[in-house]
Design a protein around this ligand. Structure first.
Ligand SMILES: Cc1cc2nc3c(=O)[nH]c(=O)nc-3n(C[C@H](O)[C@H](O)[C@H](O)COP(=O)(O)OP(=O)(O)OC[C@H]3O[C@@H](n4cnc5c(N)ncnc54)[C@H](O)[C@@H]3O)c2cc1C
Length: 425
């Protein structure tokens, strides 16, 4: 079977759906198809944000992303968080702001997001072909030829929106990159990002499973601290997770992948200086010296964590009265409280990563249209690109923004070429 469309979008995830809708809305007379390898559309959106879909953030800037920031900035300016809020309202999906700065649907249901996007596609008459993995893409003259198990599809313009490699069971398995590579694009090395980290089994994390608290995490690569961030850390049976760990993970994963010496250290007292902690312990020695170390620490830390850190000292000082803590042991304890080196084994990998770091370099794409600088008529959007955001709705904002730019630009390009064809004798 073969078919012809003005615009074909490969991948009907967040970015692809946005591109299709904006192309259809801005240029209603065009024939537009979305081809997706998955059986059902929207699997990743459905599980996003814990099933609630964190659609955007109250403030989105290029500094919330990793990648070439001046190009990211140009993209974000074209379709910002306010545009996203207006667009979702127009899709009958009103959003609400949470105290964390994240926007979710008022319904708190990601299902509403998928249904709203699909309904708009239907209203606009877009064709959606499922179980249609695109295996080959080539350009013959002015037309693109897409090959897939259902046959051949020809298109005037093609938008690649096949995502990255995170959570491959949703359909995003990295099979889209070779399509761009065959046409001349490069792919920077890819890594799982926003991913939980595994700790050595002998460490104490499993006993703290389920506990979360405020920390500062620092990443040091080859002796230089390259990232320091504060937020909530969640201890789990395998290691660590929670927003601050997910945001930090890309640095660890990237450095480890190229065999650099990388170290993650934990400060359980981000709100206090070392001097404050020292004074507190010294004062406690005189005021309530009979207290055990574990009990003292639990005044300022969750009790389970306080016990584990005191037990972790060599020798174990958990039951030692505070007034028997000598200066050397006190210094070691303060070091463990503020600069504890975490024995990271690795990440939980693609099946648990929320996003992909790396991809097609932004330098190969025009940021005002998302069109390839190498292949006219080809557009690349969403997570395929070498741009990844932190936790908080930033990755979806990137998907909507790049989808908007590519959809409207591809629509305009087809309309212009049709007009030229009609006018030429
Ligand atoms: C568990 C989880 C929770 C998340 N929560 C949030 C959140 O709350 N907020 C946020 O901002 N971000 C979140 N993210 C990240 C966000 O989901 C992604 O950044 C975003 O979905 C990327 O959109 P995309 O359209 O580029 O790619 P995807 O959504 O991955 O879509 C790619 C599509 O392309 C299809 N495809 C792949 N290869 C082919 C091919 N060869 N032929 C045809 N089709 C193909 C796939 O089937 C898929 O449907 C989360 C991610 C995960 C995994």
């Amino acid at each position: 079977m073969s078919s012809d469309f003005d615009i074909v979008i490969v991948g009907a995830g967040a970015a692809g759906l946005a591109a299709g809708i904006f192309a259809g809305e801005s240029h209603p007379n065009l024939s537009i198809a979305l081809l997706d390898r998955a059986k059902t559309i929207g699997a990743k959106i459905l599980i996003s944000g814990g099933g609630r879909c964190n659609i955007t953030n109250q403030r989105v800037t290029a500094s919330d992303f990793h990648g070439t920031r001046k190009l990211i900035d140009r993209v974000l300016r074209r379709f910002d968080e306010q545009a996203t809020i207006r667009w979702f309202t127009s899709l009958n999906i009103p959003l609400q702001l949470e105290s964390t700065g994240k926007y979710f649907p008022v319904s708190n249901k990601a299902r509403m997001v998928v249904d709203g996007l699909l309904q708009r596609c239907k209203d606009l008459g877009l064709s959606i072909l499922t179980e249609c993995p695109v295996q080959d893409l080539r350009k013959e003259g002015e037309l693109f030829i897409l090959q897939h198990p259902q046959g051949l599809t020809r298109a005037r313009q093609v938008i690649l929106a096949t995502g990255g490699q995170s959570l491959p069971k949703t359909g995003s398995d990295g099979s889209g990159w070779p399509l761009a590579q065959h046409l001349g694009h490069t792919i920077t090395p890819t890594y799982p990002a926003l991913v939980p980290l595994l700790l050595e089994p002998s460490f104490f994390h499993a006993d703290l499973s389920g506990l979360s608290h405020d920390v500062m995490l620092s990443t040091t690569v080859s002796g230089k601290t390259i990232d320091r961030r504060r937020g909530s850390l969640l201890w789990t049976h395998f290691g660590i997770s929670g927003p601050v760990v997910l945001d930090t993970s890309r640095f660890w994963v990237q450095a480890a992948a190229v065999d650099k010496e990388v170290c993650l250290s934990l400060n359980c007292f981000p709100q206090f200086s070392i001097r404050d902690i020292e004074q507190w312990i010294v004062q406690s020695t005189s005021q309530r010296g009979k207290k055990t170390i574990a009990s003292l620490l639990s005044e300022r830390l969750p009790a389970r964590l306080a016990l584990k850190i005191a037990e972790f000292q060599k020798p174990n000082i958990s039951q030692l009265p505070v007034n028997l803590l000598n200066k050397e042991a006190r210094s070691k304890l303060i070091l463990s409280l503020t600069n504890l080196r975490l024995p990271i084994l690795g990440s939980r990998g693609w099946n648990f990563a929320e996003v992909t770091a790396g991809g097609i370099p932004l330098e190969e794409i025009h940021p005002n249209s998302m069109e390839s600088r190498l292949i006219p008529g080809l557009y690349v959007i969403g997570e395929m690109l070498d741009c990844d955001g932190r936790i908080g709705g930033f990755n979806f904002q990137w998907a909507w923004a790049t989808g908007y730019i590519a959809g409207t630009s591809a629509g305009l390009a087809v309309t212009k070429s049709i007009t030229q064809e009609v006018q030429s004798p």
